[in-house]
Design a protein around this ligand. Structure first.
Ligand code: HEC
Ligand code: HEC
Length: 437
């Protein structure tokens, strides 16, 4: 497609040149003044049409904000074609002009809507409702891969991420980087040995030395590998893998969010799909759908189980973005998991220490002044935006590169990014933080 556009553009320049040359040729070669005027006018319109066509081709697929432009561009094309044909086919020109005018209005309206930067209320495809409970295992695994990575076959793609958000923290393949969280390669097998770990206290949750002893009073501990996986997802702080706890808590508190709770809120069938993928991708037989759901019912009380989305509340846009910008800023920080890695003054629960404390009103000017700063930002908001959309443009000293996820430019709407930037710009060391909601 891109190649095609490039070819069309390359051919467009000579065509335009030819038209301009013709214009001058007609202007000076035709002696009859009326015929002269007509020929010049027609070539002039031809040039205008060619320029329009140009712009249309250059922007055919996407506008600057990554939105589809098929509709307005097609309308513009039809409009200009109609007007041009009206010039050349005198006998039906009135008809063509009326038609062209109508298309012009339609194009103007839809083009206006489309060029606006805010995409709130756009119409991404609504997810079809599928019944996970009686799907063949391989299909259920595909659904799981979609939830984790955003698409089938995406599990090795750097930066691929779905609504489950696991790749923000976890690597899934041997040898892949995953300092923030355990690599989930080999999990189904490891799960069976984790519950034999002395710190796990299988069957005796009261003896545990973690922030949380049980998922809920009376839930008990996992008795088998699948239950361990279910417990890991629903009660991360019930057992914290050594070395991965929140800094300063001596591995008593897990930084992992409970997957069935907001903002991730996976339903039990969705969790079953995720787990099924974890087994199937290693060539293992997964427990049945019902068994997996039962393992979650052990650790998630009825009242805490998110309802699978129903037809009625399928919000357009809910699937593709982590935050669409309608939320208050504290929720945006939570939905983007910024809170897991950063301490953010004024944001409840944002106590992460994997990245710097986000006092950007104070930090950003220092970063830009740093001799080693190679980014493009000239102002505090520019710097914050750059740090989020392109984290490696400048790596804060003392913190690792390639740890801050590089997905936020795609996964947060323009509105959500703006709210983050506005908020962080106002946070200064030693000053009262701004209001979060
Ligand atoms: C904000 C970061 C973060 C996100 C997002 C996250 N995890 Fe975790 N996860 C961790 C950390 C850190 C640990 C290790 C501490 C612990 O045991 O809780 C962990 C532990 C686990 C474990 C136990 C691993 C073991 O070796 O025993 C499993 C299983 C797991 N996560 C699965 C998932 C899945 C599936 C998702 C997505 C649906 C997910 N996690 C999302 C950070 C995260
Ligand atoms: C998995 C951990 C992680 C997550 C999640 C994360 N960050 Fe970061 N962030 C880092 C690390 C590590 C750095 C420092 C290294 C660097 O500059 O890239 C950083 C740097 C930054 C900086 C530059 C700070 C400075 O003082 O110069 C900003 C701003 C920032 N992050 C904002 C965010 C926002 C907003 C989110 C959520 C949308 C987020 N981060 C999510 C780990 C994370």
């Amino acid at each position: 497609m891109i190649e095609l556009i490039k070819a069309a553009l390359a051919m467009g320049w000579p065509a335009l040149g030819l038209l301009v040359a013709l214009l001058f040729y007609f202007k000076f070669s035709i002696s009859d003044p009326i015929a002269n005027k007509r020929a010049v006018f027609k070539t002039f319109i031809g040039i205008l049409g060619a320029i329009l066509l140009f712009m249309a081709i250059a922007n055919y697929k996407m506008n600057f904000f990554g939105e589809s432009r098929l509709l307005p561009v097609s309308l513009v094309l039809i409009t200009s074609m109609a007007f041009m044909m009206a010039l050349y086919f005198a006998n039906i020109s009135a008809l063509l002009r009326i038609g062209g005018f109508m298309f012009f209005i339609a194009a103007a309206l839809s083009g206006y809507g489309n060029w606006l930067p805010q995409v709130e209320g756009g119409f991404p495809p609504i997810e079809e409702k599928k019944d996970f409970s009686n799907m063949p295992q391989t299909e259920l695994a595909d659904e799981g891969e979609k939830i984790i990575f955003g698409g089938v076959g995406q599990n090795k793609v750097q930066g691929a991420i779905g609504k489950g958000q696991c790749p923000l923290c976890h690597a899934f393949h041997k040898g892949m980087l995953g300092e923030r969280a355990p690599n989930l390669d080999g999990l189904p097998e490891r799960a069976g040995t984790q519950i034999e770990d002395a710190r796990y206290h299988k069957g005796n949750p009261a003896a545990r030395d973690f922030d949380q002893k049980e998922a809920f009073p009376g839930s008990g501990t996992a008795e088998n590998a699948q239950e361990y996986i279910a417990e890991s997802h629903s009660c991360p702080s019930c057992f914290v893998v050594t070395g991965y706890g929140v800094k300063g808590t001596n591995d008593k508190v897990s930084p992992m969010p409970a997957i069935h709770k907001p903002p991730i809120s996976l339903s039990l069938p969705e969790l079953a799909a995720v787990d099924t993928w974890l087994y199937v991708r290693e060539g293992r037989e997964a427990p049945s759908f019902d068994e997996i759901v039962k393992s979650y019912e052990k650790f998630i009380p009825e009242s805490d189980r998110p309802k699978p989305p129903t037809e009625g509340d399928a919000k357009p846009g809910a699937s593709a973005l982590m935050a669409d910008g309608t939320e208050p800023v504290d929720q945006i920080f939570a939905k983007g998991q910024c809170v897991a890695c950063h301490t953010i003054p004024g944001i409840a629960g944002a106590m992460g220490t994997i990245g710097p404390k986000l006092v950007e009103g104070t930090n950003a000017p220092l970063r830009i002044k740093d001799k080693e700063y190679k980014g493009k930002a000239k102002s505090v908001p520019d710097y914050i935006m750059e740090s989020i959309v392109e984290p490696s443009a400048y790596v804060v000293k003392g913190f690792p590169d390639n740890t801050m996820p590089k997905v936020f430019g795609q996964k947060l709407s323009a509105g959500a990014l703006k709210k983050i930037v506005d908020y962080l710009s106002q946070v200064q060391e030693g000053k009262e933080p701004p209001k979060a909601s």
